[in-house]
Design a protein around this ligand. Structure first.
Ligand code: UTP
Length: 224
């Protein structure tokens, strides 16, 4: 069975308000697609991770410790999601190889090792499983020419070349809790493995579904 990888931002699944109906709708969308594809979902840490990382940084913790704090939070978020999806693993894998070994239609995990974000975990899984599609479900409508949360005149890019993203952001990991749309190490894998990658607003489940079915969606396609 072909696989689809969805890297979903922590801020998508948990914003200021707890939204139970969003969880239920996301769960039923994943369930629907798991009949056709093996689905891997990698959950990010969002604002909760960033708050803990800020606290640790203020306390002068080492960068690797800050990353590992972030990883724990991603796994807590993954644990929440697995528990509302019956057909998923209940133990959270710590590596992509462990995730691949799980015999479940939907496999959910968080981070793995320091030095990157969960986007890179998704890209690694997509490369290892030869996935049909890698979706980055974030909290904005795709990739913009500048940060849309800061600039009201930011323009959405319908398509962007991977080389252009690498030129702007590089392929190196910057620092724990950095809020960027895709991390550098993930960009390196997308290019190397020629992954079909779409960036979509994960809160807009209608658009996520369109991206999953390769219909035109409100977001960004990364071209190789
Ligand atoms: P995220 O993947 O959530 O990073 O991991 P993010 O870019 O802040 O993503 P959003 O906001 O959820 O979309 C949170 C932090 O955990 C550490 C990193 O420090 C990262 O910034 N982390 C996560 C790792 O070191 N390794 C991992 O595999 C995952």
């Amino acid at each position: 069975m072909k696989s689809i990888i969805i890297s979903i931002g922590g801020s998508v699944i948990l914003s200021e308000e707890v939204d139970v109906s969003f969880f239920k709708e996301l769960a039923s969308l994943l369930k629907k697609f798991s009949k056709q594809y093996k689905i891997f979902v990698i959950v990010g840490g969002g604002n909760v991770a960033r708050k803990y990382i800020k606290l640790g940084r203020d306390l002068r913790f080492d960068e690797k410790v800050l990353d590992s704090i972030g990883i724990y939070v991603t796994r807590v978020n993954a644990k929440i999601l697995t528990n509302i999806i019956e057909e998923s693993n209940k133990d959270i894998p710590c590596t992509t190889d462990e995730a691949i070994e799980k015999d479940k239609p939907i496999v959910i995990m968080g981070g793995t090792t320091p030095g990157h974000s969960t986007d890179m975990v998704g890209a690694e899984l997509a490369e290892k499983t030869g996935a049909d599609l890698f979706i980055i479900a974030t909290n904005v409508d795709g990739i913009y020419d500048k940060d849309p949360n800061k600039y009201s005149d930011a323009k959405q890019l319908k398509e962007v070349k991977i080389d252009q993203l690498i030129e702007s952001y590089g392929t190196k990991w910057k620092s724990a809790g950095k809020n960027i749309v895709i991390d550098g190490p993930a960009l390196g894998i997308i290019k190397r493995a020629k992954l079909v990658t779409y960036v979509v607003n994960g809160k807009r489940l209608d658009q996520l579904e369109k991206a999953l079915t390769d219909q035109s969606f409100d977001g960004t396609k990364i071209t190789i």
